[in-house]
Ligand binder design. Structure first.
Ligand code: GDP
Length: 298
């Protein structure tokens, strides 16, 4: 995903190599290049501004290191600022003191929510938990079946409305699923909710109603990293309409420019917890800001 950005940044930083001392003009020129590289990668403007301001200030400041030459020092600063923009420390999943932990997934249709539900359930199982998947996407005709398919693959049961019981009410399904989890000793409940193609009020209200009914320990906003700048607008709409405690980036294996991945933490103020990079259930991992920054800087 970050190939172009990665190439650009590496070559900008390479230009500094061999310079004994960096003048203000060198730093300004480097920051200009970095700025262009980030904007071309679709990183949101406020994020670019903050990023560049920090780098400029630190590079021109008094950071003196015995061990690093000026060029290495700029590379170190860029790396640290990238880690910062991506969230700093790895943020672990918040587990309830009294099980079950309730995790609700929200996001646009096609963002990869249902696939993610399966991935997360599989991962939780691997971590020694006994998850229960819950089908609260009752809008899309195939969503329940699709969740059942990923549940089967992950070896995790799915709680869904009884067939033939009409469409069902997602709020009541969510509520009942928590009771079922207590009863059957599932310590984590993962709720898949409905998504629409665009942001819409009914979708937000339904997600908010489910949230109010089950009071999730984590509400994860699932966002397709391929959608570029739209990711930021969508994230803001979900933050205001439903609220969330963490972000999951999907489709990091795509060839889009990756700006969404770099912007969403800063713009929403919420940490990225997980990342998805493929269609298989195993294409999923905890998100580590430092590893992502190293990947981008090559
Ligand atoms: P939902 O509508 O949000 O539930 O999205 P789905 O889980 O149905 O995913 C939509 C499409 O994206 C499906 O074809 C998935 O196989 C695909 N998908 C999901 N996650 C990823 C990912 O990380 N990488 C890639 N390449 N495709 C993904």
């Amino acid at each position: 995903m970050f190939d172009t950005l990665s190439d650009r940044l590496t070559s900008v930083l390479k230009n500094l190599r061999g310079k004994g001392r960096l003048s203000e003009a060198d730093i300004d020129a480097t920051c200009r290049e970095i700025r262009i590289a980030l904007l071309e990668a679709d990183v949101a403007l406020p994020v670019v501004r903050t990023f560049i301001a920090h780098i400029k200030e630190r590079a021109k400041g008094t950071e003196v290191s015995q061990a690093l030459n000026p060029a290495q020092q700029v590379v170190k600063i860029v790396n640290e600022e990238l880690v910062g923009i991506l969230g700093g420390e790895t943020r672990r999943l918040n587990l309830a003191k009294t099980p079950p932990t309730v995790i609700m997934l929200a996001g646009l249709q096609g963002s990869g929510k249902t696939t993610l539900a399966g991935k997360l359930a599989r991962w939780l199982k691997e971590q020694g938990h006994a998850p229960l998947l819950v089908a609260c996407d009752l809008q899309r005709p195939n969503a329940v079946t699709q969740l059942q398919v990923v549940g089967d693959r992950a070896g995790v049961p799915v709680f869904a409305p009884e067939p033939g019981n009409g469409v069902g009410d997602p709020v009541s399904v969510a509520r009942k699923s928590v009771e079922q989890a207590k009863h059957a000793q599932h310590d984590v409940v993962v709720i898949d909710t409905a998504g629409r193609l665009g942001i819409d009020e009914e979708l937000m209200r339904q997600a908010a109603d489910i949230r109010d009914a089950v009071r999730p320990d984590e509400t994860l906003f699932v966002v397709d990293a391929m959608i570029g700048q739209d990711a930021v607008t969508t994230a803001e709409a979900f933050r205001d309409g439903v609220g969330f405690t963490g972000v999951v980036l999907t489709k990091l294996d795509g060839d889009a420019r990756g700006g969404a991945a770099l912007s969403v933490r800063h713009v929403t103020g919420q940490p990225i917890l997980f990342a998805s990079n493929g269609e298989q259930l195993t294409d999923f991992d905890v998100f580590h800001p430092d590893r992502m920054a190293s990947r981008i800087l090559g």
